[in-house]
Design a protein around this ligand. Structure first.
Ligand SMILES: Nc1ncnc2c1ncn2[C@@H]1O[C@H](COP(=O)(O)OP(=O)(O)OP(=O)(O)O)[C@@H](O)[C@H]1O
Ligand SMILES: [Mg+2]
Length: 241
């Protein structure tokens, strides 16, 4: 899926614009990182893409379809957030199957199909045999892997990740980063990762978009950005990390 974000603007009541005519194209199958300082509008832009936040103007086009007015639920996007807790009263298998169970009757897979899909996903995240466990019985890294499986269960048209590793310690973070990249490539889903961690963005993404005060300052592969920073801001931002 190709996502075109076209001249999106958003301000929160009375405040100056957080996003102003922001445009960005995410290519089919690409892993794109949105990188920028705190408050630059990364989460706001991701929330506009997910449908949780309505922009005042601008368009979102997914593979030629205008999805600007489509509700979040109908977009069929997978999402993982830093604090997107699993359902505590549901075991791992039920957490993963959640998005499938709440699908419209016409699309909802049968119980047997759902069970099969859960097993497939448990294998993908390397957690076969964990289906009966509850979130409280898992490590932080395992919980985020389950959150990833839950997001992928619905075969999302886009995968949206907002600082999904930031609550974890450095070693787990690295391992999870690699396994998320691996999962994404196997599934082939177009993915946007929000992070303020340069090493993370450069280590995982095909291209990195540098955000500054609500605009995309530069977009390119990690090598391009390192070799040719387009502005003093990008240069000092990359050097500071
Ligand atoms: N619901 C809201 N109401 C008012 N202002 C908001 C709201 N959400 C975000 N903002 C403001 O919009 C700006 C951008 O916020 P945003 O969360 O998009 O930044 P970010 O780049 O994700 O930062 P961080 O790296 O700290 O997560 C900030 O100045 C923030 O205070
Ligand atoms: Mg944020």
């Amino acid at each position: 899926m190709t996502l075109q974000i076209e001249r999106v603007s958003k301000s929160f009541d009375g405040t100056s614009a957080v996003l102003e005519d922001t445009s960005l194209t995410v290519r089919d199958g690409e892993f794109l990182a949105l990188l920028g300082p705190s408050g630059s509008g990364k989460t706001t832009l991701l929330n506009v893409v997910s449908g949780l936040t309505r922009p005042e103007s601008g368009r979102l086009v997914l593979d030629g379809e205008d999805i600007t007015d489509l509700s979040a639920g109908r977009r069929r996007f997978g999402m993982v957030f830093q604090s997107y807790a699993l359902f505590r009263h549901m075991n791992v298998a039920d957490n993963i199957a959640f998005g499938l169970r709440v699908m419209d009757r016409s699309e909802r897979p049968s119980k047997a199909e759902r069970r099969e899909r859960v097993e497939e996903l448990l294998a993908m995240i390397d957690m076969v045999g964990f289906g009966e466990r509850y979130p409280a019985q898992l490590s932080g890294g395992q919980r985020q892997r389950v959150a990833m499986a839950r997001a992928l269960a619905i075969r999302p048209r886009l995968l949206l990740l907002d600082e999904p590793f930031s609550a974890l310690d450095a070693k787990v973070r690295r391992e999870l980063r690699d396994s998320v990249r691996d999962l994404q490539q196997r599934v082939g889903v177009t993915t946007i990762l929000v992070t303020h961690d340069q090493a993370e963005a450069f280590g995982i993404a095909d291209r990195v978009a540098i955000m500054r005060e609500g605009s995309i300052e530069q977009i390119g592969t990690p090598d391009e950005l390192r070799a040719h920073p387009a502005s003093p801001f990008v240069e000092s931002f990359l050097n500071a990390a």
